[in-house]
Design a protein around this ligand. Sequence first.
Ligand code: PLP
Ligand code: TYF
Length: 396
Amino acid sequence: MFEQVSMAPADPILGLTDAFKKDSREDKINLGVGIYKNEMGQTPILATVKEAEKRLLAEETTKSYLTIEGIAAFGEAVQTLLFGQDAEIIESKRARTAQVPGGTGALRTGADFAVKKLGIKKIWVSNPTWANHGNVFKTSGLEVVTYDYYNAETKDLDFDAMLASLQSVEAGDMVLFHGCCHNPTGIDPTQEQWEILAKLIAETGAIPFFDFAYQGFGKGVQEDAQGLRVFAEHNTELLIANSFSKNFGLYNERVGGITLVAKDSDIADAAFSQIKAGIRSNYSNPPAHGAAVVATILNDKALYAQWEEEVAVMRNRIQEMRDLFVATLKEKGVEGDFSFISRQLGMFSFSGLTVEQVNTLKEEFGVYIVGSGRISVAGMTKNNMQPLCDALAKVI
Ligand code: PLP
Ligand code: TYF
């Protein structure tokens, strides 16, 4: 029967990585996939992760199954990271967290729950958004519609247009927000804008779903949670999909959390039992190693402090590359104001490059950028900055 099946389209981002690997040019530059690279162009293992792994190797006594929801200390640590120390949500036991395989696993688990147990039919996502959002939500059975987000002219958030499209949200819909470091634009709402959005969504009776894949990459671990925390003040029900792929560099360990917040603890228990039932019928229970590493670090005062430093190093290096990129383009006399790149947050910048320019960069200069013009700033280094900006000077 398999001969009836046609070839699936390549993932636009992962397909680019494949093409990059096949490129034999030595001076090729990969600004495609959102993976952090250090000044040497490497994606290193964090020192805190190495230390936690050393401890786990010495102390682990069993490889027996975890529970469906995973390591309890992991779930508690996730909630503290999301809502803050001593948050009301935690004190009143209104949140439940399941350890899941990555942010993607969290999105899928949340979407399955929304469709099967809440009867939700439609999810609103920003235009543009991460390419995989549509895949995940459609596979869960949701209709995916978009709200306006980006103003290509001002290279900023089009907040008025965003509010105007969100006027059409109805009770029983779900609305996805990027907790911070919006992928692909690098543009987040301000504190005041989060307030307005939080109140608006509360009035609609829709469920807010936060995708939180870059906590710590924007302004800081606590600062980046402000939008979510404002939403939690105005909305008694929430779903949050968080990923530890980037901020712990645990990409291939597949570590994330799905957290639900309910009106009270009893409602949370019943709702969470259905999330667990969904997991049971999907992959039964999560892999242990990555989450054990995260729990070890987040629950140890010294390791936590060191981890925050390590996240700050990654965040600051990206910001430094943003500023250097803007300065180098100017130095080379490239026309236009690129200062918006310094203002954007997280791994990505929406460059405004056209598909033709992106193609020329790849074919003639070995510079790999996603077709949308999204640049992974995390792939820039002091070493590749000159050739990168020379190439850009030629195509712009
Ligand atoms: N959400 C967004 C916005 C992302 O950019 C990513 C990864 O790049 C994810 C979710 C998925 O994260 P994970 O790799 O943990 O599945
Ligand atoms: O660069 C991005 O936006 C992501 C990266 O399983 C990514 O698509 C790659 C593989 C994966 C999840 C995310």
